[in-house]
Design a protein around this ligand. Structure first.
Ligand code: 6PG
Length: 249
């Protein structure tokens, strides 16, 4: 099955980050103009770091920071000051450098030793912020996602229980290869936003990108393949290296 996505390919990671920053500013300014606010869930890992830095520097003055609301699509089960914390990476690269009100930043309470409680508390924070009635899901304006070479996205790893979750917004997902919990949005949340943007770079992901966007493997083996908004836009932003195995247009 070929996923219907808006595919954008740029030269390298630097170009990818710059294009993603432009797209972010365009979406954020248009959405704030229309709705008065912009809600975004950030991805973690290393790819988005240069995007975050660009937003905090070259693009800083183009964003209405007090109208932006930041969440995380997943988090490691570590305290916010931990080197592996997705929050710490975003704070150091961006949030500590921009005039965003602290109350606009919704960090996953991953310092809680009880990962399930941390996930439940974060799910409740989403329900409160979006004023959700039971059985409904938040509709983010933008969810940023990355992809691992195994096809995982957020912390939905192949073969893990979170892939089956249909009702909760956020779960603690045991990832055997890390021998650790990850706290992650579930697929109903990932498939409900106005825009999902995958930001993927590097040759090590080229084969997986091809399989996700053009392949026939069961989607459960490649969780990124399960993300296509039911009523929204799907954008894949790739550098040349990550796009190298795709069929030429
Ligand atoms: C995380 C991320 C994860 C990430 C991919 C890609 O917590 O690690 O949310 O889903 O996006 O693993 O990571 P890189 O950008 O480091 O390749």
């Amino acid at each position: 099955m070929t996923i219907a996505a808006d595919l954008r390919i740029v030269d390298d990671l630097r170009g990818l980050s710059h294009a993603a920053a432009e797209e972010f500013v365009n979406q954020a300014t248009a959405t704030v103009r229309a709705n008065g606010r912009f809600t975004v869930a950030l991805s973690g890992g290393s790819t988005p770091k240069s995007l975050f830095s660009l937003l905090a520097t070259s693009f800083r003055d183009q964003l209405p920071w007090d109208k932006l609301f930041f969440f995380w699509g997943d988090e490691r089960h570590v305290p916010p000051e931990h080197p592996e914390s997705n929050y710490r990476m975003a704070y150091e690269a961006m949030l500590s450098r921009v005039p965003i009100p602290p109350e606009n930043v919704f960090r996953v309470p991953a310092e809680n030793p009880d990962a399930n409680q941390a996930a439940a508390d974060y799910g409740q924070a989403l329900r409160n912020f979006f004023q959700l009635s039971p059985e409904t899901f938040p509709r983010f304006d933008l969810i940023l996602l990355g992809m691992g070479p195994d096809g995982h996205t957020a912390s939905l790893f192949p073969g893990t229980s979170a892939l089956q979750e249909k009702s909760r917004l956020v779960v603690a997902n045991w990832v055997e290869k890390f021998k650790a919990y990850r706290i992650t949005f579930t697929l109903p949340v990932l498939n409900n936003p106005a825009v999902v943007t995958f930001l993927v770079g590097g040759a090590d992901k080229a084969a997986t990108v091809k399989e996700v966007l053009e392949g026939t493997q069961p989607a459960e083996l490649l969780p990124s393949k399960l993300v296509h908004p039911t009523n929204g836009r799907l954008i894949w932003m790739l550098d040349q290296a990550a796009a190298a195995a795709l069929s030429k247009p």
